[in-house]
Design a protein around this ligand. Sequence first.
Ligand code: SAH
Length: 350
Amino acid sequence: MRSSMKQNIKNLLFSELEEYFLKKYRQKFRAKQVFKWLSLGVTSFEEMTDISKKMAEELSEDFYISNLKVVKKEVSKDGTVKFLYELGDGNTIESVLMDYKHGYSICISTQVGCNMGCTFCASTVGGKVRDLEAGEILDQVLFTAKGEGKRISNIVLMGIGEPLDNYENVLRFLKNVNDEHGINIGYRHISLSTCGLVPGINRLAEENIPLTLSVSLHAPNDTIRNQTMPVSKKYPYGELLKAVKQYVKKTGRRVSFEYTLIKDVNDKPEHAKELIGHLKGMLCHVNLIPVNPARGSMSPSEKKRIAEFQQMLVSGGLNATVRRTLGTDINAACGQLRRAETKRKEGELI
Ligand code: SAH
C-alpha cells in the first residue's frame, strides 16, 4: 500500500536528491546511483544493486517509485505505437511513440484530461481530472523506452493536457529528463505545445531552456479562434502574438505554429492572407495539419485546399509545411484512446 506520507522519488530534482543523501547519510554520491537506476525504469529500491539492503529499506520508508501499467497498446501500420497507461491512482493517460528517420520521438501527456475546452479536441471532453506529477510525466518516457527496448531521442509535450497549466511539474520534468545523471535528452530535442497561455509563455521565456515552443494557433483572427479555442477569449490574438514575439526575441529560438485546417472554417485564401500579415518576418514555422474529426461535426479540409493554403503561405514569405499524419488508423489524435476507453467503461457500468 502507498502511504500518503511518502512521495514519488521521481518528483525530486537531482539536486534535491543530493541534498537528501547528504543530510541523511553524508553520502551525496548516492544520488547519482539512485537517479541512474530510476532513469532505467526500476520499480523497487531492491533492484538498485549498488546500495545496501538497509538503505533500500530506508528509502522505501521515505519514498515510493511510481510505475505505469499498459492498459492498451495499439500499433499502426506506419509503426506508430499508442499506449494507454494507467497511473498509480487508476487514472489513464496516453503516450505515442513515433518512428522518424532521425530516431524515436515520444508524444507525452501532462495532465489527466484538460480544462482548455478546444472544440476539436478529444482530450478536453470531461475537463481536467488532475495535473500529472513531474515523475509521472517522466515515466511515460522511461517505461516506453524500457518496454519497447528503444532509445528515445525526441520528446513532444503534445499529448493530453495543457503543459503551461501545470507549469511547476512540467518544469521539474524538463530539468530531470535533461539531467546528465539520467537520460539526458537535450532541450533542443524537446518541444512544448501550448494553446496560448500568455503568462506561461512569458515565464518560460525567462527560464533559459532552449526547447522548441509550439503554439496551437489554428486561426487567423480572434473571431475564428474564439469559436474553436475558448482560451482566446482570455488571451486574445494580439496579446498571444506579442508574447510569442517576445519569446523569440528573448530565446533566439524559432517557434512553431500549429494550424489545424478545418473545412470552410479557417482554410480559405483570405485566412491564409490574414495569417501571413500576422506572422511575416517572425522567426517561425507553420505546421499545417488536417483536423482529425475526433469530435463534433467538423471535417478536415480537402487535400487540394491544404496544398493551396500552404502554397499561399510560402509565397507570402512564411515557412510552412503540411504535417505528415501518423497513426490515423489507431486513433492517435490527442485523447481519443482515453476517451474511447472511458466510454467503454461507462458502457460497462450501464
Ligand atoms: N494543450 C496543448 C498540447 C496538447 S494538444 C496545445 O493545445 O497545444 C496537441 C496538439 O494537437 C495541439 O496543436 C492541438 O490543437 C492538436 N489537436 C487536438 N485535437 C486535434 C484534432 N482533432 N485534429 C488535429 N489536431 C488536434
